[in-house]
Ligand binder design. Sequence first.
Ligand code: ADP
Ligand code: MG
Length: 540
Amino acid sequence: MILLDYIINLSIFSLLVSTPLVIRSLINHYPLKRFRLWVGVYAGIVSTILVALSFQQKGYSYDIRYSAIILVFAYLGPVAGIITGGFALIARLLVSVHWLPAIIGWLIIMIVFSILRLYISRFTPVKRCIILFGAYVVIYVTTVPVIFNVFPDRPIFHLQYIVFVMMGVIIGGLLIESNENLYRIITEKISMKKALEKSEFKYRLIAENTSDLILVVGKEDKVSYYSPSHVHVLGYQNSELENIELFKLVHPDDVDIFRNTIRILFENTEPQTIEFRLRHKQGHWIEFESRCKPVLGEKSLIAHIVLISRDISERKKAEEQLLQSEKLSIVGELAAGIAHEIRNPLTTIKGFVQIYKSNGGIEYTDLLLSELERIETITSELLSLGKPQVIQMNHTNLKDLIENTLELLLPQANMNNIQFKLSYEGSSFFITCEQNQIKQVFINILKNAMEAMHEGGEIHLNLRKGAEGKCIISVRDEGCGIPEEILKRLGEPFYTLKEKGTGLGLMICHKIIKQHHGTITYHSKVNEGTLVEIVLPLVS
Ligand code: ADP
Ligand code: MG
């Protein structure tokens, strides 16, 4: 009937182990270590019960009090283990008359377990259980049959006892481990949830309180997220924004570039910056500068584009004012040369009018008219340059535009002994542009060229077709040239090497050319001259 006694003992033991674990999970889930001493006491009571449940086999009593002791040492350390051991010893002494072997055996086990436990404190509890149980087996085998001479010739008898204790350790260990694992999973889940809530809160705080527009665009130009800032910046209700088609908000002139940028971003991981206008609910347009970044999704493919857009209306206004003031300063500078130039035809006219008066003839009429026309062109070009204009993109013949610009600069060129040499490779060069702005670019570049040529010379202008439907306008002077280290800085605001320079000319050129989706590059050799190349898209 030993098997039945085994089963009864192990069942009651497992009930005593699992009950407090279940109760703990219902009340709170503090780690066992927090009340290790109380657990030591409880385990002591359990081992007392186990001693009480011991059964006799051939005059030797069987119990699994050491299962409880091994578990407490393994999970909670030597102090709790000795408390449990103390209970077990007292219970054992109460029911037995063989005090000496019981006390000696107990002492050996407590000392060995305590020392061993210090060395294995870094191991997992399961490994500690195995090592402590192994130590228990060694102590048992060397003390009980050998030193105390208990049935030295009946190994099966001792084996039964060891297996009995082992079963207790396994059952108790499994119950504690399963409970602890459950606890671990639950706490991990709770802390993950907390971390998630925290980071979500952080991002929501940023997204909801920024005045920048944050937009996430997925495949097929579907908006998958828009920040709440869209509501107050653009004036639409949430319900309107939810179903809105993105491109319907974009200014018709900017739709192509916007659409193209999004398309390129889905193919290319390089971030891009674009400027475009969005329609406010009340109908007016707001200018935005947008930083667009592709985001990789599954399989390292681009799944989303994140656009962070900022209202740049104020900046644009300031830029326009700068442009206007730079324009006026150019007008001022050109005025002297032009006044000089106008004086020449006026002198001619005056002379001929005097001859007219004395002769009453008509033979000089054509000459007079042509001189008057020249005055008219120069003054009207000057006026149109100085006037603030509404920005209007028009189809423009570059050839005409360059020729008109040269007209305006001729007086200054003549004064400085400079000749313009204009050449074309091809016939029609049409671009879409704001004429006055492109004119201003040419004036700035040509003025720089003239100012670099202190001894006069030639400025070669060439207009030709480039790759991919673009045209190239090159301006080559024979001036002082630009040193290598300065080349990099061209276009920086207020960067000038001239005593009376503003350092704004090239900066404005860069801005204008960029707005026209073109590029501007410089090649230069000191004392030989400079070549400026402007590339602009032709009308297809
Ligand atoms: P500013 O003409 O008022 O100095 P810009 O922005 O037009 O300002 O030019 C910046 C600087 O670049 C000039 O001061 C000059 O030193 C240099 N630079 C520009 N173009 C040329 C050129 N063609 N040859 C030599 N230097 C040039
Ligand atoms: Mg300049």
